[in-house]
Write a protein that binds this ligand. Structure first.
Ligand code: MLC
Length: 511
């Protein structure tokens, strides 16, 4: 059953049960499954009145809030395409996504109003921008109150598994980010697989600490819980003590997070005083879980983290088991319905067990393609339909897969992907920059941090601070270099390509 249909069924079956709780400093907003359905139907009527129709892209750039959830679900239910965007994107970066996706409507935070209205030529591409005060539930409730839920209650729930319902932007080794088109079928296949693998129950209460604009927080966590008829307890942002206190106070049973968050949890003073005995599952993903953190988490909370592996284009692919060995350093075995193979990175011939090669995947969870990028889509797949993940790994004889680095120049910082090319393009726009290379350096807290190695133009008086303040205007916070190194020249190979590995050797260790 398509996810949206299942959610609709859950709204009937669990009508009086809490679907969503939003915990704020000044109290908790509670939304039952019946109210969720009502709010989604009203939001659909609101969006229809704005002219949103099947296939339209609707960009949502809001901080974490309940209206985000209603808008996202309503857009998909209308057969349109939800385009969630990081609430931290500065106007300049946001424009690229709006233009590329040719979004019909932008729902933006009121805080973005000054910078968006100051854009020369206005907000590009979109037909309308609506500013919402997402921090106030009352404001949105008042906005949709005048719309009749009955207007959309009779509309058929989209059923075609091949229709795109969600677009998540991801970058590549070259060029600008691309919109990965995920279909109803992709989401459903992934949720069905996770439901079984992780033993989701209607009685589960998920503590939601992640952002809503990525696959992890949106699909794996939020959709996962709604698919199960469970309860989602949202924290507006991650704060370690508050997360632990809420886990206990609200008797949460599931937590999903990235290694940086787990590291902050174990770092809380006297963390083991929090009794997490009622929690049944704590997962880790979006970045490699360091072995020491796996052990420290176990020692602190008595919980064995369940590490899993996925990506925006594919949803979840591989997971350690709910029952059985959660192997340190390994991401586990392929989820039901997902095929994984390890191939030679150049010939793409399958490799025997225990040999490191490129990880390729296939299954109903794998995305349709990159939005309006047939060439890039073709390059992402082998001729026989396997998706090239860009990660390296090996399979052990018992089927467990261990990731062993990346084929492409990807930096993962705090669970967010950063592609050097994106930052380099911004650096190139600085008039005093002659050349640059962006590398990831290992970091205990963030996994990796972004470091820029910059060659200034001759005679230019350039400082690292100049570079950083230039980047602030163009890039979201986690892509801004933490360190800028000014050099006279970059090491290049005989083809003129910058040797990033040499830069890493030279600069990452010298701290
Ligand atoms: C915040 N900052 C970061 C950062 N997050 N810098 C580098 N990397 C990051 N990930 C910046 C802040 O802007 C600030 O800069 C400084 O670091 C300190 O901020 P902070 O307050 O300590 O950070 P915080 O806001 O608490 O955020 C940390 C975090 C967050 C770990 C909670 O990064 C986070 O939610 N990460 C989760 C990412 C995620 O959901 N990924 C899923 C992708 S989906 P300044 O200059 O302002 O001081 C995917 C598929 C899959 O990958 O398999 O899951």
């Amino acid at each position: 059953m398509i996810f949206l249909q299942r959610l609709r069924t859950n709204c009937d079956q669990y009508a009086a049960k809490t679907a969503l709780e939003f915990v704020r400093d000044d109290g908790v907003t509670v939304v039952t499954y019946r109210q969720l359905e009502d709010n989604v139907l009203r939001t659909m009527a609101y969006l229809r009145a704005k002219g949103v129709a099947e296939g339209d892209r609707v960009a949502i750039q809001l901080p974490k809030c309940l209206p985000f959830v209603y808008l996202h679900l309503a857009v998909m239910r209308l057969g349109a395409i939800s385009l969630p965007l990081n609430s931290g994107y500065p106007a300049h970066e946001l424009c690229y996504f709006l233009q590329d996706a040719a979004a019909r409507l932008l729902l933006a935070d009121t805080e973005m109003r000054p910078s968006l209205l100051a854009l020369p030529g206005g907000v590009p591409a979109v037909e309308e921008t609506v500013f919402l005060d997402a921090r106030s539930d009352e404001g949105f409730a008042a906005l949709i109150a005048g719309y009749d839920p009955a207007e959309c209650a009779g509309l058929p729930v989209p059923q075609d598994p091949t229709t795109t319902c969600l677009m998540i932007y991801t970058s590549g080794t070259t060029g600008r980010p691309k919109g990965a088109e995920l279909t109803h079928g992709n989401l459903t296949a992934n949720l069905d697989a996770l439901h079984t693998a992780w033993g989701w129950q209607p009685s589960d209460v998920l503590l939601h600490v992640l952002p809503l604009f990525h696959v992890h927080g949106l699909i794996v966590a939020l959709h996962g819980a709604l698919h199960a008829g469970a309860t989602v307890c949202f924290l507006p942002r991650f704060e370690p003590e508050r997360a632990l206190a809420t886990l206990c106070a609200r008797r949460c049973t599931v937590l999903m997070a990235v290694p940086t968050i787990h590291r902050r949890l174990v770092g809380v003073a006297d963390a083991s005083r929090y009794d997490l005995g009622h929690v049944r599952l704590i997962t880790s993903g979006s970045d490699r879980l360091p072995d020491d953190l796996f052990a420290r988490f176990q020692a602190t909370f008595g919980h064995t983290l369940l590490e899993r592996y996925g990506m925006s284009e594919t949803g979840m692919l591989i997971s350690n088991p709910l029952e059985g060995e959660r192997r340190v350093g390994s991401v586990g075995r392929p989820l039901p319905g997902v095929e994984v193979r390890i191939v030679h990175p150049e010939t793409e011939a399958p490799l025997p067990d225990n040999e490191v090669g490129a990880v390729q995947v296939r299954g109903p969870n794998v995305f349709k393609g990159y939005w309006r990028q047939p060439q890039k889509t073709a390059e992402a797949f082998t001729p026989d339909g396997w998706f090239r993940t860009g990660d390296m790994g090996l399979r052990e004889p018992d089927g467990y897969i261990t990731l062993k680095g990346r084929l492409r120049d990807l930096i993962i910082s705090g669970g967010y992907n950063v592609y050097p090319s994106e930052v380099e393009l911004v650096l190139a726009q600085h008039p005093a920059v002659q050349a640059s290379a962006v590398i990831g350096c290992p970091d205990d807290e963030w996994g990796e941090v972004v470091v820029a190695v910059v060659v200034p133009r001759p005679q230019a008086a350039l400082t690292g601070e100049d570079i950083i303040s230039h980047c602030r205007g163009y890039l979201v916070n986690y892509k801004i270099p933490r360190r800028v190194i000014l050099v006279a020249d970059l090491p290049r190979n005989s083809l003129g390509k910058v040797q990033r590995a040499r830069l890493q050797q030279e600069w990452c260790e010298r701290r």
